[in-house]
Design a binder for this molecule. Structure first.
Ligand SMILES: [Zn+2]
Length: 130
């Protein structure tokens, strides 16, 4: 049985960019990984068609999974709430008029809303500089 070098899938990255990040990460650890189902061109046009897979040699599987698990943990730390994100983010700012703090969903940035405290019209500022 010559299965030692058979490639096994260790991860299904969300997109090609992620696939190549992981490939580089594994390469740094001396693991030859292969990305299938994605090309470098996808980096600039990530679409639903791209379903990349990350393959490593079976002999490297355990180590690769460990590295990926660590990477995932770090990614989650980076995605802590408060950072720019999509969905339920709120913009907090002080009303020009009354100075009270108001918050609006980020989707309303750049629009004019009514202050819930004093009723004056206020501009919802754009994204905060990070
Ligand atoms: Zn106000």
């Amino acid at each position: 049985m010559e299965e030692a070098s058979k490639p096994v899938e260790v991860y299904s990255p969300a997109n090609s960019a992620q696939a190549f990040v992981l490939k580089n990460l594994l390469a740094e650890a001396g693991i030859a990984a292969e990305v299938v189902g994605a090309t470098t061109a996808d980096l600039w046009s990530v679409g639903p068609l791209a379903t990349p897979k990350l393959l490593v040699h079976q002999a490297d599987e355990a180590q690769a999974r460990q590295i990926i698990a660590q990477w995932e943990q770090q990614e989650r730390l980076h995605e802590s709430p408060g950072d720019a994100g999509l969905g339920e983010e709120m913009i907090d700012f002080a009303c020009d008029r009354c100075g009270q703090f108001v918050s609006f969903p980020v989707e309303m940035k750049g629009t004019v809303q009514e202050c819930p405290h004093c009723g004056s019209f206020i501009d919802v500022p754009g994204e905060m500089a990070s």
